[in-house]
Each structure stands twice: as C-alpha cells, then as structure tokens.
Design a protein around this ligand. Structure first.
Ligand SMILES: Nc1ncnc2c1ncn2[C@@H]1O[C@H](COP(=O)(O)OP(=O)(O)OP(=O)(O)O)[C@@H](O)[C@H]1O
Length: 233
C-alpha cells in the first residue's frame, strides 16, 4: 500500500505564487481527482510534484519519505510517474521503440500491451502517425514502464473524442484497482468524478473543496459554484 501525501505545498512561477499551501492525498487503489478552471494552478502543482519546477514551501511524502527536495530522476526512482499535458511522443520512432526508450523489459512491455491492446497492432507504426487517443495510450504506457507507485496524469482527455476519453478513463480505473495511487487532473469533470474516489477542486492556487467524488457528482450546481468561486469567501 502506498500513500502520497502533499502538505501545505506552494509553487511559484516567475517568482509569483501560483499554488498556495495545497494539501492532498493519493493512495494505492484509489483515484484522487483534481478539478478546477483554466489557470487554477493544476499543471503547476503537478510540475512541482514531479520536480519539473522547484517547490517554494511545504512537503511531499511518498510512503513516509520526503521527496520534495529530490531531483526529478530520484522522485521517479522513488515511485512517482508523471503523464504530462501535451502527449509528447518520439514522433519518428515506432510505438515499440517509444516503449523501449523507457528501457523496459519484456514483462513490463507485455503489461503495457495488455492494458492497451490497441497498441499491439500499431507497434511498428511511427508514433507521429498514431491517432491522438493512441498517442495518449502510448504516453500512459511509457509512464508505467518504471513500475511507479503513484501516477500523476495531466489533462489526458484534451482534444479527444468522448468514446476515447471513456476508454482512457476505464484504463485509469483499472490501474487504480491493480494498486496504483492516481492523481488525475481533468477537464471532463463528470466523467472523472464517475471513476474517481476522492475529489479536490482548486481555484486560484488553493484547494476549495475536498470530498468524495460520488457526493460532488450528485451536486453539479455545487461543482459549478466551486469552479466559479461564487461562494462566500
Ligand atoms: N511558464 C509560466 N510562466 C509564468 N506563469 C505561468 C507559466 N505557466 C503558467 N503560468 C500561470 O500560472 C497560472 C496557473 O497555470 P496552470 O497551467 O498551472 O493552470 P491549470 O489549472 O493547469 O490550467 P489549464 O487547465 O489551463 O492547464 C496561470 O495564471 C498561468 O498564466
């Protein structure tokens, strides 16, 4: 069982505070969903978690070990993987070569293909020629090759057709059911809440809601209010 705990975390951009004293948890077997309007600071938070940008304050702990001062490579070795926004693949390499860049062994490759059988028939195709959904599957598969304990996923659904988004969401649910701890940043709020466990809503760099996904899914007006910030301060 893994536990990823973020306490009072602050992250700046160009020396301006973008994420302020955020606390949240992601645990084995569960999906923590992080929602919020554009510019709320979700991507900045994930980049602070994986070490792409340094944190300005607070703590990040994975299974009781503090990792917020560690370089990204070390955080990865500790068990953190980050599916970044933008679906970056090596476009000139084939699907399989993209996976091999992750220095994977056969067992991990087999697991990746088991999660996304769609990629098997595309293994010899250059990644630049894959559909957006296939590229997203490839990026998620590549993140799994390091056998992470915690998976951070940023806007995997951007620009994809609803049927593909549902496919990806089901795969993410399966990963959680197999024991991963997942922190899912998502714009498709209703769908994310339908597969998630714990829901957080972020606004202007702060967490303004922390509760169960099921409860928030039942109250779309409340979700709307949280996004727009019309509640009493
Ligand atoms: N490289 C950067 N330099 C300076 N400010 C930035 C940079 N990237 C983002 N910001 C600012 O930080 C704030 C938070 O942006 P961020 O991308 O983290 O939000 P987000 O919640 O992920 O939004 P979106 O859903 O649009 O991706 C915004 O005000 C944005 O303008």
């Amino acid at each position: 069982m893994s536990r990823f705990v973020i306490s009072d975390l602050s992250v700046n951009r160009a020396e301006l505070p973008v994420v302020s004293k955020v606390s949240l948890v992601a645990e084995s077997g569960a999906i923590s969903v992080l929602l919020g309007a554009n510019g709320a600071g979700k991507t900045t938070l994930l980049e602070g978690l994986s070490g792409i940008i340094p944190v300005a304050g607070g703590r990040i702990e994975l299974d009781g070990r503090e990792i917020h001062k560690a370089r990204p490579g070390l955080r990865s070795r500790e068990g953190l993987a980050h599916v970044e926004q933008g679906r970056t693949v090596f476009r000139q390499l084939t699907t399989e070569e993209n996976l091999k860049v992750g220095l994977s062994r056969e067992a991990e490759m087999a697991q990746a293909y088991d999660l996304f059988p769609e990629l098997v028939q595309r293994r010899a195709v250059r990644a630049g020629l894959l559909s957006g959904g296939e590229q997203q599957m490839l990026v998620i598969a590549r993140a799994l090759l390091t056998r992470p304990k915690v998976l951070l996923i940023d806007e995997m659904s951007a620009g994809l057709a609803p049927v593909i988004v549902t496919r990806l969401m089901n795969a993410v649910r399966r990963l959680a059911d197999e024991g991963l701890a997942i922190l899912l940043v998502e714009q498709f709020a209703a769908l994310a809440l339908s597969i998630g466990d714990r829901a957080y809503v972020m606004r202007r760099g702060r967490i303004v809601h922390d509760g169960e996904c099921k409860a928030l899914a039942r109250t779309p007006d409340e979700l709307h209010r949280l996004y727009l910030g019309t509640e009493a301060a």
